[in-house]
Design a protein around this ligand. Structure first.
Ligand SMILES: [Zn+2]
Ligand SMILES: [Zn+2]
Length: 454
């Protein structure tokens, strides 16, 4: 078994994948993937590797200026016929929603055989949906290293004003020209760093879940993420100056996170509780019809909150009697009232999910509690092995000038505490907030969090 962490991007995305001792076959089959300086000119090569000949270029006003114009000029120079549609931005930022997808479909030239997105998160997500719906391949020329979805097969969309993950198709070609990425708005560079810092917690919580719930885990997949992340942290100091090496490290890390998720077939290598702070804040904003910040910016803030929480988790001595007493007090009626208060319009969905998954089943709680107590020393060791000191991460983030605390991005103390309490109910995924719930410490930690962010 070759060491993923030592392989090149091209080797990692080989079509035949890798048979792994973990029992899974790790595949992320891309026809073309490159990250580097001045590589936009490889666009014709990427299209021929994908065996397509007529791209339909999709961008928005900003990404047209950032790279779309040059993409079209390159295609013209190479005599590659192509279509172009610039999605109008209805508010201050392009939305990943029905109107935008519909407007692309209405302008699509049916003679084109590939959707070529020029942009980052939102354009990429829209293109995945359109490519899937129209049965075409999809390629992307990135304009910002702002999120880890470039190589992923899901898009984060708004449907009926609710945030959803749609599983459609991963792009077959990805070109990230560092000279273009480094000119992205600074907030987008910060967002990329935020989405990478999350990986410390993601890997830590994945390992804890394996112990407590017996969830699948692969050390080779985890290690690929660790290696990419340590390169990002070493280079992060150069981000404020748009240093190409720093931008390259972040861009590669983000692409590798997508590859790693495809390898694992789950989001575990890339997302933990910090992502659920972001999901919760987005849900709250959508419910109120308010704008929300970039995914990676929210995730960066969520990462600091979670790292701070782990400082306290390290000091816990599990007390089964306390856990049982708190659980007894959290009756189904009380839990449901709490869900309704936090989730509003989405509450019925959350309540229906519990009826299917039975996370709150007392018998299952006893099983998890027994495993937590049995493995507590090992859980503490995992935390020590995987998580850097809070102050160290805080210092790296602060030096770049990026937002650090919820208040820096306009999020209230109440929404922060509610995000922590509700995170456990969004999906059936074992995270630190679930661990605290199992130990009967949710309310205690909600209080600590409140003090921390006040
Ligand atoms: Zn494996
Ligand atoms: Zn993310």
């Amino acid at each position: 078994m070759p060491d993923f962490a030592k392989m090149s991007l091209t080797e990692l995305v080989r079509p035949e994948g890798f048979d792994c001792p973990c029992g899974r076959k790790h595949v992320c089959a891309l026809d073309y993937l490159n990250v580097g300086r001045g590589i936009l000119k490889e666009l014709p090569q990427m299209l021929s590797a994908m065996k397509v000949s007529r791209p339909f270029v999709i961008c928005d006003d900003n990404t047209y200026k950032a790279a779309g114009e040059r993409v079209c000029a390159l295609l013209d120079a190479a005599k590659i016929p192509h279509g172009l549609y610039i999605i109008p931005t209805q508010t201050d930022r392009l939305k990943p929603a029905e109107w935008e997808v519909g407007s692309v479909i209405m302008h699509l030239d049916p003679c084109c055989d590939v959707i070529l997105g020029v942009g980052s998160g939102v354009v990429n997500d829209i293109c995945k949906v359109v490519a899937h719906a129209t049965g075409r391949k999809n390629a992307i020329v990135g304009t910002a290293p702002s999120m880890d979805g470039y190589a992923s097969n899901s898009s984060s969309m708004e449907m009926n004003h609710v945030k959803v993950s749609l599983y459609n198709q991963a792009p077959s070609g990805i070109l990230l020209d560092v000279d273009i990425l480094s000119q992205a708005p600074m907030r987008m560079l910060w967002a990329g760093l935020g989405d990478m810092i999350a990986k410390y917690i993601a890997i830590c919580e994945w390992r804890i879940s394996r112990l407590v719930t017996g969830e699948y885990y692969c050390e080779d997949v985890a290690n690929l993420m660790r290696t990419a992340l340590s390169k990002v942290m070493d280079a992060a100091g150069g981000l404020p100056d748009r240093d190409p090496e720093a931008v390259q490290a972040v861009a590669e890390g983000l692409v590798l996170a997508g590859v790693d998720m495809a390898f694992a077939q789950i989001s575990r290598p890339a997302s933990g509780l910090e992502h659920y702070f972001s999901h919760m804040w987005e849900m709250m904003a959508l419910e109120r019809g308010e704008p929300y910040d970039l995914h990676g910016i929210q995730v960066g803030v969520g990462s600091l909150l979670t790292l701070n929480m782990y400082r306290d988790i390290r000091r816990i001595v599990p007390d089964p009697e306390k856990a049982r007493a708190w659980w007894a007090s959290m009756t189904p009626e009380r839990w449901e009232a709490q869900v309704r208060a936090i989730f509003g319009k989405t509450a019925p969905e959350i309540i229906a999910m519990e009826a299917e998954k039975h996370k709150n089943d007392p018998a299952k709680h006893e099983e998890r509690l027994a495993r937590i107590i049995e493995h507590w020393d090992e859980i503490l060791r995992i935390i020590d092995e995987e998580l850097p000191a809070y102050d160290q991460v805080y210092a790296v983030m602060a030096k770049t000038g990026m937002p650090l605390m919820p208040r820096d991005i306009g999020i209230s103390v109440e929404d922060t505490v509610n995000a922590f309490i509700g995170a456990r109910d969004v999906r059936d995924k074992y995270m630190s907030c679930t661990l605290l719930w199992d130990l009967g410490l949710t309310e205690e930690y909600a209080e600590k969090l409140k003090k921390f962010v006040s």
